[in-house]
Design a protein around this ligand. Structure first.
Ligand code: URA
Length: 438
């Protein structure tokens, strides 16, 4: 079938044949199909969707557009985690080395931040000299040596997704559940995994604001992973408040290191242990979630998780000594508090607004080619449900000396709603999903 025939078939609600999809996506990755035809097909998919078989063929074709990570048959099980992201979500940074310290390899291909959500690569790149743009042969070498790496997508890995994601971004076709699922899973499956844990966030700071949408995405992801031979588990977790206290690249990295040191905020530690335990379960490093959590807590207590993170930093070209010297990581900063205008209970945090205020401060980007400042950010001092006194700081803005933060502070102040009492708060762990039978 020609691209024209495929677009017309999907537009009219038809089913796209596997072979035709394969050759279309391979041709698109080579540059042999023009963007306008691919954009039209994405829009047809946006309205008509893809059935389970089509989604499988689409995703397989994306994986085949590049090369996959090689592995030695004797190497330990390989499990990864993907989060749909949010504000203050630095889980990957502490989770990946902890899981590796428990004997399960983590070949994490992560992303940069765009819009209100931060990206793992930006947080890790706060370390001077550290590289996340490594060739796949080097990634394979690091995995063989230390069992963990955190890198970005390259031209070698799912090139069809690189082109397609950029195209979807400018043609209003990002918000399509099958296209999101194919994009996420094609990159993960190119890592040649034995299992995948998905963290699908829900709430004001998440990609999915409503539970039903998040559940549909999570279900689509776990079923698609299963159809492609990769066991997967998804957790819906709350993103109705920033995760942890730190928002900003360098400070989030330091907060993740705090967890590895046995400190850090309780919510961040809890999500790290739960998702990490699910990874150990899939990788046969634990028989139950409780046993997995206990093993990970052991890797925090004996310092092996932190040691593995230092090894990752070294292997990727950074100097782990900066983890002990926040001023080298963050540079020179001043602090401005954002105070509660009235006393009461913190009823709600508009987490999207917090993320957008961080972008305005310079901690995030609105265009993929924008530079960010790794040092600036916020410390969020209160979470929903906590009492606050009038005039008490709700958050601290960390900014460059002389930087005008008037609008940032105004936006941040407006993001906190204080009331006489708080309504019911969503649990941090909302639901767990496994794949259904095809
Ligand atoms: N993240 C991805 O990698 N792809 C999408 O389409 C959306 C989020």
């Amino acid at each position: 079938m020609t691209p024209y025939e495929l677009i017309r078939a999907k537009r009219d609600g038809g089913t796209l044949p596997t072979e035709a999809l394969r050759s279309l996506l391979a041709a698109y990755a080579r540059g042999d199909v023009p963007d306008y035809q691919m954009a039209a097909l994405c829009m047809a998919v946006f309205f008509r969707g893809l059935d389970r078989g089509e989604l499988r063929s689409w995703t397989e074709a994306m994986v085949r557009s590049g090369r996959t990570l090689r592995r030695d048959p004797a190497s330990p099980p390989r499990i990864d985690k993907h989060s749909t992201g949010g504000v203050g979500d630095k889980v990957s940074l502490c989770l990946a080395p902890l899981v590796a310290a428990c004997g399960v390899a983590v070949p994490m291909v992560a992303g940069r931040g765009l819009g209100h959500t931060g990206g793992t690569l930006d947080k890790l790149s706060a370390i001077p000299g550290l590289r996340t743009d490594l060739p796949l042969t080097r990634v394979e070498g690091i995995l063989a040596e230390i069992g963990v790496c955190i890198v970005g997508q390259t031209e070698e890995l799912v090139p069809a997704d690189r082109r397609l994601y950029a195209l979807r971004d400018v043609t209003a076709t990002v918000e399509s559940i099958p296209l999101i699922a194919a994009s996420i899973l094609s990159k993960k499956l190119a890592e040649d995994l034995d299992g995948l844990v998905l963290d699908v966030t829900v709430g004001s700071g998440a990609l999915m604001h409503q539970r039903e949408d998040a559940e549909l995405l999570a279900r689509t992801l776990v079923d698609l992973a299963r159809d492609l031979g990769c066991p997967a588990v998804a957790w819906l977790t709350s993103m109705d408040a920033p995760l942890g206290r730190a928002v900003g690249n360098g400070s989030e990295l330091l907060e993740a290191v705090d967890v590895l040191r046995g400190a850090g905020p309780a919510d961040l530690r809890a999500v790290t242990l739960r998702l990490g335990a699910e990874m150990l379960l899939l990788g046969r490093g634990a028989g139950t979630v409780e046993e997995g959590e206990a093993r990970l807590a052991g890797a925090i207590a004996d310092g092996s998780g932190l040691e593995r993170f230092r090894a990752l930093v070294r292997a990727q070209g950074g100097d782990p000594a900066v983890l002990d010297d926040p001023s080298r990581l963050l540079g020179s900063l001043e602090s401005t508090p954002v105070r509660a205008p009235v006393g009461g209970v913190l009823a709600e945090v508009d987490t999207l607004a917090v993320g957008l205020a961080a972008v305005l401060l310079g901690a995030g980007r609105t265009r993929s080619d924008e530079a960010i400042d790794p040092g600036v950010g916020f410390t969020v001092l209160h979470h929903p449900g906590e009492p606050v006194a009038r005039g008490e700081p709700l958050a601290i803005v960390h900014h460059r000396p002389g930087q005008d933060v008037t609008e940032v502070c105004e936006r941040l102040a407006a993001a906190f709603r204080i009331a006489e009492s708080a309504g019911p708060l969503p649990p941090l762990f909302i639901a767990r999903l496994e794949a259904s039978r095809p």
